[in-house]
Design a binder for this molecule. Sequence first.
Ligand code: FAD
Ligand code: NAP
Length: 584
Amino acid sequence: MQGKVWRVCIVGSGPAGFYTASRLLKQSASSAALKSKNVRLEVDMLEGLPVPYGLVRYGISPDHPEVKSVVNKFNEMAVQEGTGPGGSGRFEFMGNVRIRTSSSAQTSTSPVRETRQSFQSTDIQWGNSGVRVQDLLKRYHSIVLAYGSSKDRRLNIQNEDAGGVISARQFVAWYNGYPSQIATVKSDEVIDKNSQSQASPDGASDSKSTDPMQSNKEHVMMSTLLKQNSSAVIIGQGNVALDIARVLLIPNPRESLGKTDMPDYAVNALVDSKVRDVTIVGRRGPLNVSFTAKELRELDVICKQHGIQCLVLDADVNEQLEKLKRQSSSTKSKQERGRIRVLEVLNRFQNSDKDIDGNGKASGRSLAFRFFKSPAEINVSKDKDSNKEVISEVKFATTRYTNEDACDQVEIVPNCPAEGIKTNFLIKSIGYQSVGVDGLPFDSKRGRLPHTQGRVLSSAVPDDESNSNGYNVMNGVYVAGWLKTGPTGVIASTMYDAYQTADCLLQDIESDIHLPNDQVPARQDTIQWLQSQIGSRPVTFEDWKVIEDEEIRRGKLLGKPYEKITKTDEILQILHKHHNKVKN
Ligand code: FAD
Ligand code: NAP
């Protein structure tokens, strides 16, 4: 007997999207309730880029291949459940389809910790076009939004967009080969000549026609910054700041990064880099850093191995460590143990610099950690060659703990003159940021979709989030990943969190709770509709395997696992050629 097909759309193909999909497909196959109702689940995964895996491919540092290998699991699931030979047909990837996001966000100018939850956005990569989520809501029984955090948090100080100031997201995307969204070849010429005639009247199909030189400009900017500066300042003390410091300071990039998946253009630029000194500045104390012990230890090993001098300034780490040990309960929590381990490494750095001899800086490189400095001002000067304003100095207000016992919130020390650090290269590593979509609520205070256990609420909960009683759940709408938690968390936490969302969704399917659609179109119908919206056939998982094969082929020539193709145009061209070859 033909059963009911329950159609789920997941937006975003990062870890959250893939873990949600695999949990849904696995658990639904063994659900007695779904079996008895003869319900078959189908998952479509929409992704703005033409290739899958989100930050695993474009965020995680190339020198962490063991973390990136999580994609093997995703791949396994996509093949087993996919529409290719031998697959169950329950899963399809649909790349190069982005949903339209809104750019509404809140701004705050408070320089200290309260600013953490306040956002303003810059969308460098994508314009304001794409598929409307309201239209997607009409085509599925359930939708899971897992499109992460693709923008930058802002400092909200003057000149933060001056020349020489970049965000960590920009730098990480550059050294990870994030594809330019530019299709200089019209996408209808690329895959399907017939689709253009059905293009959406609201212009949604124009999503990729911007400045074709953009990606090249970005590359020229990054390599120039590396070539012209002997020092760099990083604001923010999270793991992303450590990733960047490692990449900037590693003395022999060809040897250490040349065999990773870092694109060759980035390795070459790092080989030519003149950056020797990196300063990582935090607005609070060593007790409040966001980076974790494992990552700090990794840096410690690299610094020792290569003779990179480590300095810790502005705070007595030993004193803070002793205080923390005294304050901590005898049965220490995981968080307390983690903090102690971080302080122990920083303490070693602080003490080793006292003994530093001529060999301590054998590589001629140094890494300094500075504390209690809140960014206050960026001074600029005119660059002689470009006539553009570029950063010359960043000024910091000195902070102190509001409550010395709690060691958490800080305030600006009154009447203390701001301290300047001269630099022409500033990296803001203060976190990523999510945006909402028109037609769905967005909690701009917390920077994420409002939800209870992954079920999206019709409005944000103002204060105590744990109590969402009285707030309506939007039937059939779910959220996972950084869009659910805000832009923090590692792959493992993202996985557990995605499982929670998937389990709630399954419970709802069993109770027949869905979007208010009587008729849900079949996958083929939706593919055709998407084609009419974006002007080309979406990139399928089988298409992605063609791209992956080509990347592996190019990688072999360079002695690395794969060389990423970093232009959307080129990816679509390769697929066009492949499809033509298969047809003939
Ligand atoms: P993402 O991975 O960002 O996936 C979101 C997906 O949605 C992307 O593919 C994106 O292209 C897509 N998308 C965005 N907007 C749209 C749209 N409008 N329409 C359609 N699709 C869209 N964790 C670790 O465990 N180890 C590490 O070493 C590590 N390193 C990291 C390094 C960096 C620089 C960063 C930023 C994070 C790192 N993390 C690491 C954390 C890890 O990457 C995240 O926990 C995880 O990627 C979050 O998953 P996600 O699916 O929510 O978001
Ligand atoms: P993060 O951990 O949230 O760190 C952001 C840093 O920026 C904090 O030190 C924060 O200080 C500071 N900051 C925020 N706003 C600021 C402002 N206005 N002025 C000055 N400083 C400001 O973010 P992230 O480094 O981007 O990392 C994101 C997530 O990815 C984290 O969960 C991280 O662990 C994960 N990640 C993991 C790995 C790994 O496992 N190897 C690698 C990279 C990333 P306050 O604390 O004072 O707000």
